[in-house]
Ligand binder design. Structure first.
Ligand code: PMP
Length: 374
């Protein structure tokens, strides 16, 4: 009865139970996908039990409901976290993931923030690749669509009490998705509500972790935006009304700086924003291109208004996995309607970055160190 060391799960222990022909679902029309409505035929599950040496063997099985005790911690204290990644079917027919190791790193950081057990990212990537290859026909044959991957980790202890959960379930589900916004909205740009009465994250909080508790409370504000005919929320922080994020995207600004040069700005990783994988990638690409200045620093609404009044604000855009790169055309801020000329620039930076990113993701650049071919 020696205590065994906590074990990590391994891809080598994966078991697969395939759905029978009667359990397979028809695939939706690629033109009617929208976001997160349809799910594939299989899912991945991995349990964790503290008293049984930790992580158990991974299992792929037919997609099914999960059964939870009504006291399960996830249902009361949001002891949970998730990730959002995509598999893209390239122009060469190959299926690619984009920098999945970064999602694994962020997932482990989020897990630690809510007292859930960490795991070896490379093992989960291998399990996810197997799941996708089983459901590969669900990866849309289209460069306007992709297969969204939602790894989720929940605390399932059947006990009330705000303490670490001794049992957990990691599962992964897959959903074929089209564009997050309507294609016309992407052409004309998205409109934003910037209301300083609300904030999404604060110093010492968990805005830099992808935990469910960051998202539920944004819904009311998003509803207010929708009621005003605006599409997304521009999240502000503090007395200076610092720009932090756009909905579930990181925010970027392009301006003419005091030296008359083009400069790409984005808020720093100071705990108030999610460290986006697209954000990180755009910064790296921009620094490699070396065609404009690139700066991570605090940006305030006062500065945005000042730049606009001097015709020095060129672009604002959001960047993230679900919505790719979305230009902003309008901000409603304290009763002022700010017209943002992002889509009116002759050669906007957001377009150049978007094309380069899509070329990597859809295999137009067939071999890139950021692509993992399944
Ligand atoms: N900010 C928030 C709040 C998000 O939920 C997301 C989506 N994960 C992002 C930014 C963009 O992150 P990523 O580039 O990793 O998709």
């Amino acid at each position: 009865n020696s205590i065994q060391p906590q074990r990590f799960f391994k891809y080598a222990d994966l078991s697969v139970r395939l759905a029978g022909p009667e359990q397979l679902n028809p695939k939706p029309d690629v033109n009617k996908l929208s976001f997160g409505k349809y799910f594939t035929d299989h899912m991945l599950k991995i349990h964790y039990y503290e008293g049984m040496n930790g992580w158990q063997a991974p299992e792929i099985m037919p997609f099914e409901n999960i059964v939870l005790h009504p006291a399960a911690k996830v249902l009361h204290y949001a002891v949970e976290l998730f990730e959002g990644m995509k598999a893209y079917r390239g122009v060469d027919g190959k299926i690619r993931l984009f920098r999945p190791e970064l999602n694994m790193e962020r997932m482990n950081n989020s897990a630690i923030r809510v007292g859930l057990p960490p795991f070896r990212g490379e093992e989960l990537i291998k399990c996810i690749c197997r799941l996708i290859s089983i459901d590969q026909e669900w990866v849309p044959h289209s460069t306007a669509s992709s297969l969204y991957i939602r790894p989720t980790l929940i605390g399932i202890d059947p006990t009330l009490g705000v303490v670490a959960s001794d049992s957990a379930l990691l599962y992964v589900i897959l959903s074929p998705v089209g564009s997050y916004f309507k294609p016309t909205d992407v052409q004309v740009g998205v409109s934003l509500l910037a209301d300083p009465r609300y904030t999404r994250a604060w110093p010492g909080g968990c805005g830099n972790a992808k935990v469910g508790s960051n998202y539920g409370p944004t819904i009311q504000v998003q509803q207010e935006a929708t009621e005003k005919g605006l599409q997304q929320v521009l999240w502000l922080y503090g007395e200076n009304n610092e720009l932090t994020e756009i909905g579930a995207m990181n925010v970027f600004v392009v301006c003419i700086n005091d030296n008359g040069e083009r400069e790409l700005l984005t808020p720093p990783l100071n705990g108030l924003i999610l460290p986006g994988i697209v954000r990180k990638s755009l910064l790296t690409i921009s620094r490699q291109w070396n065609q404009f200045q690139v700066t991570e620093r605090i940006i305030t609404m006062k500065e945005i208004i000042q730049l606009l009044s001097e015709n020095r604000l060129l672009e604002i855009f959001g960047a993230g996995t679900a919505c790719a790169i979305s230009p902003v055309s309008y901000i409603d801020f304290q009763g002022q309607g700010l017209h943002i000329p992002t889509t009116e620039q002759p050669e906007p930076i957001y377009q150049m970055l978007k094309k380069y990113l899509l070329d990597i993701q859809y295999g137009v650049i067939p071999e890139h160190p950021w692509s993992l071919v399944i």
